[in-house]
Design a protein around this ligand. Structure first.
Ligand code: KIV
Length: 252
């Protein structure tokens, strides 16, 4: 068995220009399989609200549901760093944010992620002061999908670009060890990657981030009901599952 990957090691990959591969994992077998494949950063993302629980978006995900999935993933005892999303409206004050991060840590998360920039800096500082590694999330913020009326690309206009740069800098100064950039225009994601000392991990934000993260269902073709621009599935697992089940049924 190899040694445990830490937040510091993920952070240090930026200086070595080593690309950071990250994927979501929501349960024991997926965590174990992705860990065996050598993925250094696994996220129990609140995307589980859609791809596992069938909600229309992540705003429905409860902390108890996140804890349940974090416990399952943590039972795989991955060598990868296991991070977890802080769900919608569970980090509105410093006290609430620290309590949420502690609960996720008690469930087995080794780092937490939350959405937002300067607006959540006091929460980030407090979580980091508790010794819990923190990952930022900028660009399209899925927990704001209802206010924003959809999943829109960020950074197209100059004020948005400047705001992203300021948010990223503020998160880095507050002690975040990495930042997910979701649906940020590739030139702005590249600029941001140059600008901040901590790794950027992109999703739909071009190739020039320090790493990439995907929802595992999108990579494996396990979520065939949505056509995403930013990912070309490496498998058609949904079709393979249907075919295997039909073959078994027909052979009865
Ligand atoms: O919830 C999630 O899966 C995420 C990734 C898309 C980064 O936040």
């Amino acid at each position: 068995m190899g040694t445990k990957i830490t937040a510091e090691q993920i952070r240090a990959m930026k200086a070595r220009r080593e690309k950071i591969a990250a994927l979501t994992a929501y349960d024991f077998p997926m965590t174990r399989l992705l860990d065996e494949a050598g993925i250094p950063l696994l996220l129990v993302g609140d995307s589980l609200g859609m791809v596992v629980l069938g909600y229309p978006d992540t705003t429905h995900v409860k902390l108890e549901e996140m804890e349940h999935h974090v416990r399952a993933a943590a039972r795989a005892k991955p060598q990868a760093l296991l991070a977890a999303d802080m769900p919608y409206r569970t980090y509105e004050s410093i006290e609430q944010a620290v309590a949420t991060a502690r609960r996720l840590q008690a469930a087995g998360a080794e780092a937490v992620k939350a959405e937002g920039g300067r607006a959540i800096v006091p929460q980030v500082r407090a979580i980091v002061a508790e010794g819990i590694p923190f990952i930022g999330h900028l660009g399209m913020l899925p927990q704001h999908v209802l206010e924003e009326g959809g999943y829109h690309v960020k950074g197209k206009k100059d004020p948005e670009r400047e705001s992203l740069l300021d948010d990223a800098q503020a998160l880095a100064e507050a002690g975040a060890f990495a930042i997910v950039l979701e649906l940020v225009t590739p030139p702005v994601a590249a600029e941001l990657t140059q600008h901040v000392a901590i790794p950027t991990i992109g999703i739909g934000s071009g190739r020039d981030c320090d790493g990439q993260i995907l929802v595992i269902h999108d990579l494996l073709g396990l979520w065939p009901w949505l056509d995403l621009k930013h990912v070309k599935p490496k498998l058609n697992a949904a079709e393979q599952m249907r075919a295997a089940v039909k073959e078994w049924k027909e052979g009865l």
